[in-house]
Design a protein around this ligand. Sequence first.
Ligand code: HEM
Length: 121
Amino acid sequence: MQTSLYERLGGAAGIDKIVDSAIAAHLENPIIGTRFANARDLDRAKRMAKEFFAHGSSGGALPYSGKDMAAAHRGMNISEQEYLAATDDILGALEQHRIDEATRNDVLAILYSLKSAIIRA
Ligand code: HEM
């Protein structure tokens, strides 16, 4: 059987590090940094992002207790440029943690599929 995306991301420990790095990059990113600096509850968003990636990469085997992507970003009026900046940060975090290219592309395809739920949701 093929290894699941969850396993290829390093399981819970791997996803933990990837999300921490991605959020740190968001905070440093001139295009989206203030969005995260002003977030209502960044700790919750981080926790939920970890659940979200575990849920999605395990094919739904692991739970996600957060909002769906449209509800999570509704009213923020997120632009294409901001969406791309966030995606770049996530791909950068995957590279930083030595995730292989095929796996990075799998994550990118999932992120792309969420685009219309996030931009001006
Ligand atoms: C690229 C794909 C993205 C994914 C997978 C994603 C995922 C998530 C998740 C899982 C949450 C937590 C939901 C909850 O609390 O129930 C969240 C919250 C949040 N997202 Fe995103 N997001 C993405 C893109 C973006 C973009 C482009 C922005 C803005 C530039 C953004 C800004 C935020 C902010 C500020 C919060 C926290 C809301 C708050 O607590 O005030 N996200 N996101």
